[in-house]
Design a protein. Structure first.
Length: 158
């Protein structure tokens, strides 16, 4: 009979890392596909008011946003603290609204141009004077589908 001898302690086998690059690329592809990039960076403070009766917009691709509020702290040195209008990524004046409306309409399909909803995202502390002026400019260029953005709050019953 022969004796069986152990030749020494064997450690755990190494982890097979051959499929690791495949997993990394799958995760990378997943996050690239599912991530939504913010279209505009806010330059104004925008805390929307609360409302009890709110409705979601059906087609967000047909919404053009107009932000109104005072500039963020980093920009207050250059632009002051008075409420400003932000169209896309820049501060604009009332005289720039017709051009903004025309550019937004041109960016859409011809069938969808009359269905664009102009959403006003107005800071809760902004006075209504500048909002009324923006609405008047929108009326002049026949942009009549208007929406006020608000956050939903629970209705309190007595």
């Amino acid at each position: 009979m022969s004796k069986f001898r152990k030749k020494g302690k064997k450690g755990q086998p190494a982890v097979n890392t051959a499929s690791l690059p495949d997993i990394v690329f799958m995760l990378l592809f997943f996050f690239m596909v599912t991530t939504v990039m913010r279209e505009t960076s806010l330059k104004v403070l925008n805390i929307t008011p609360k409302a009890t009766e709110v409705a979601k917009l059906e087609k967000k691709s047909l919404v053009a946003y107009i932000y109104i509020g005072k500039p963020i702290k980093a920009l207050q040195g250059a632009f002051g603290t008075a409420p400003r209008i932000q169209l896309n990524d820049a501060f604009k004046g009332l005289e720039d609204i017709p051009l903004f409306v025309e550019m937004e309409r041109d960016a859409r399909d011809e069938k969808e141009r009359n269905k664009i909803v102009w959403s006003l995202k107005v800071d809760v502390k902004t006075k209504m004077g500048i909002v009324t002026e923006v609405k008047q400019e929108l009326r002049k260029v026949n942009a009549l589908k208007l929406n006020y953005s608000a956050n939903k709050t629970e209705r309190i019953s007595n």
